[in-house]
Write a protein that binds this ligand. Structure first.
Ligand code: ACM
Length: 629
């Protein structure tokens, strides 16, 4: 019995050690085993590429450049047998495929003599290099030398679609900015960049056969202040704000992404979200009245429960054959540009009110036996799918495309929770899970008192809970998962990074790592190492996870407050007297009362005597509003 107990304890220790021995790698690899060896990396090390594969050659050069960026110069040279003295980083494609690795997996073994990276395909080498770079210090100091802990890693992704979406319509990001966004994605093994290229606020892709789309649709009046409450354009006012990507720009960005094993899925959002296209071609709407490229003016009313009304028409007219001629031109050029299998056609939040009032739409619905706006939209989406498939592509759209009947070969991107995705999978359609609940990066991530206010919030902890295969869905239809950055309130790339990371690292782990590898506390430990890496890159990412979490409840008519922090090893200090908290004010140890009166809670976390998070300052009246939430 004793022996069995001992064995059980030992195996438990092994399982735990296995789970937690994953170094600082994000996303966590399938397996990581530490060894007692160590590889001395300095400028005597050489890189030995043992394949003539063109992509592997590019990647080796990129690895050498990345090491140079870190302050280490290494040369490329062949080494027959590396030793502790003649150390080498070896990159090799497997002669006989290791089937468990698939196309994107790799093995990485660090010993005294070598760092040996193997993969079946160059994509695997690419991901192995990303892991290797994470095993190194973010930057070498003046003596470029580091001891890399010995280990053996086997790694491959859980899902084939590991995506991030960037909205470049609400805010225009330049070509260089888009590349920078793609660069960081690649470091965390994302492989799909969903590019939201069109919306009410700007049409961003050159369509040569429809020049007005960018001559008119890419530009809007200059406005400042909060998006959504900006003054409407005045008649004849100049439209200097905006921009677009020429087809040459797009080809350059596609090549840049391809070099990083990222597929770009372009989105042309129709039939709704089309105000910029209608500013260029108002005849494609029902009312055919002139339209603006919206600079962030309020134009809709939202009643909750998915009900809304557009006060300005932003929808294409599905009863007009000219609309399909227009879409044929757009999607034919888009399909020719992008090598991706899928083209995203939007389909979300299309307002049917103008259709339902329009005599032509009404006659069209009667003639085609379509009973409501949903069926009319379904008719429209099916026509769009025909255009997409005719161009050799597959269609994907937001989950509204299910309503009124899904087009036969369409894939669904489930954003209003997972329901639409489950339904589509049950019907045998491919699905990408991208639910607001876990994957909306425009939502605030820290305490509402300190963040730029948005209508909803998504903490890092919640983002980490993302599980792309919900109960009731056949995993075979779930291509993967994606997080989305809408940019109404994101005016700069620096802020786009702040909103994207670290939550996208949680997404990366949800779509790359096995379910058994997910452990939030362990993720946070690794994340702290990555904070340093982002600091070195001068990329601003949110450290909201260091801020205190303030929870309140009413108890015997007293407003009671609890303070906590996701990150361990912190002390939390607070004041209730309008003075600034520091390590000499009250330390939180147990729930306390927020007394009546014009009282403000000020609170901050510390570690080892140094401030860690941001100071939160919340008035009692605001805390009262949070009770029960
Ligand atoms: C969406 O968030 N409207 C897809």
């Amino acid at each position: 019995m004793r022996k069995i107990q001992l064995l059980l304890t030992l195996s438990l220790v092994c399982i735990t050690t296995h789970l937690f021995s994953q170094s600082n790698i994000i996303p966590a690899p399938v397996s990581y085993a530490a060894s007692s060896e160590a590889f001395l990396l300095n400028n005597q090390v050489v890189v030995d590429l043992r394949t003539k594969d063109a992509d592997a050659i590019k990647q080796t050069l990129q690895l050498i450049l990345s090491l140079q960026d870190k302050g280490l110069i290494v040369k490329q040279s062949a080494v027959a047998k590396p030793t502790k003295i003649n150390r080498a980083i070896i990159l090799e494609l497997n002669e006989k495929a290791n089937t468990s690795l698939g196309d994107e997996g790799y093995t990485l073994v660090v010993t005294d003599a070598s760092i040996q990276l193997n993969a079946n395909k160059s994509a695997g080498l690419f991901y192995g290099i990303q892991t290797l770079l994470q095993l190194l210090p973010p930057k070498f100091t003046s003596t470029p030398s580091a001891l890399i802990k010995g280990c053996s890693i086997t790694d491959y992704p859980r899902f084939q679609w590991r995506g991030l979406m960037l909205d470049v319509s609400r805010h225009f990001f330049t070509k260089e900015e888009v590349k920078k966004y793609i660069d960081v994605m690649a470091q965390y093994k994302f492989n799909t960049f969903h590019w939201h290229l069109t919306d009410d606020n700007g049409w961003r892709i050159e369509i040569k056969s429809l020049p007005k789309l960018t001559e008119v649709g890419a530009w809007r009046v200059e406005r400042f202040g909060r998006f959504g409450s900006r003054e409407a354009p005045k008649p004849g006012e100049p439209t200097p704000y905006g921009g677009f990507y020429t087809q040459d720009d797009i080809k350059e960005i596609i090549q840049y992404a391809t070099d990083r094993h990222i597929t770009i899925v372009p989105e042309i959002d129709v039939p709704g979200h089309s105000m910029a296209a209608l500013a260029a071609y108002p005849e494609l709407s029902c009312k055919k009245e002139p339209k603006m490229v919206n600079p962030g003016t309020s134009f809709s009313e939202w009643y909750g429960n998915g009900k809304f009304k557009m006060l300005i028409e932003n929808t294409l007219n599905p009863s007009d054959e000219k609309v399909y001629t227009f879409l044929d031109k757009v999607f034919t050029e888009v399909a020719a540009l992008f090598p991706s299998t899928y083209i995203h056609v939007g389909g979300d939040e299309a307002y049917h009110g103008y259709w339902e009032e329009d005599p032509n739409c009404k006659a069209f619905m009667k003639k085609n036996n379509l009973k409501d706006g949903h069926e009319l939209q379904s008719y429209f989406m099916k026509r769009v799918e025909k255009i997409i498939t005719k161009n050799g592509k597959k269609m994907i759209g937001w989950d509204e495309i299910l309503e009124g009947g899904l087009a036969p070969g369409a894939a669904v991107m489930s954003w209003r929770g997972m329901k639409g995705g489950i339904e589509a999978a049950k019907m045998g359609h491919n699905v990408v899970m991208s639910p607001t609940t876990f994957a909306y990066l425009d939502y605030t991530q820290g305490d509402p008192s300190i963040e730029n206010p948005i209508y909803s919030s998504l903490s890092l902890r919640k983002a980490y809970e993302f599980e792309p295969v919900p109960e009731g869905a056949d995993p075979k239809y779930i291509l993967g998962g994606q997080a989305n950055l809408w940019t109404e309130q994101v005016p700069t790339l620096r802020y786009a990074f702040y909103m994207t990371y670290p939550r996208a690292l949680a997404t990366a782990e949800s779509v790359w790592s096995g379910k058994d590898k997910k452990d939030y506390d362990n993720f946070l430990t690794r994340l702290e190492n990555h904070f340093n890496r982002f600091d070195v890159l001068e990329v601003n990412i949110s450290k909201a996870v260091y801020d205190p979490i303030v929870s309140v409840k009413m108890e015997n008519e007293k407003l009671m407050c609890n303070l906590s922090c996701d990150i361990k090893d912190v002390e939390i200090y607070y004041t209730l007297d309008n003075t600034f908290p520091d390590a000499y004010t009250t330390k939180f140890t147990k729930d306390f009362e927020i007394p009546n009166g014009d009282v403000t809670l000020k609170v901050i976390s510390y570690r080892n005597g140094e401030p860690l998070g941001r100071m939160l300052s919340i008035k009692r009246v605001e805390l009262v509003k949070r009770v029960g939430k």
